[in-house]
Design a protein around this ligand. Sequence first.
Ligand code: NI
Length: 153
Amino acid sequence: MKLKYNIVALSLGGAMKIVRFGVSIPEDLLTKFDEMIEEKGYANRSEAIRDLIRDFIVRHEWELGDEEVAGTITIVYNHDEAAVVEELLDLQHDYVNQIISSLHVHMDEHNCLEVIVVKGKASDIKKIAERLISLKGVKHGKLVMTTTGKELV
Ligand code: NI
């Protein structure tokens, strides 16, 4: 069974024009969606759907490759291995235009956690992340792909 409902958008502030649109969706799917967004703490469907659309746009920015994106690369490594420390530094110095900032935390006697903030062409950022994460001695690494925010409302 399909159900149609209107999305009631809330004011997002400023002079932004808000529109409503109807969505046709299987009832079961909507039930699941409602349960999920309640669990996540969304105030209403509209806010959850806006977030989904924004995420869709951000993912597209990354897929295009040439768009300017922002993100963070988080890595965990053992600093006792001198080679990995040196390689991590060399690599980061190779990309001074894309690496905006980094945060280093000494987790324990051996392990270091580093969060590297990056901004630039999506294809470049992906390459930097792959090179850092694949270094021998990096135990774990993740690229969080987000946005500069310019294309989002
Ligand atoms: Ni450390």
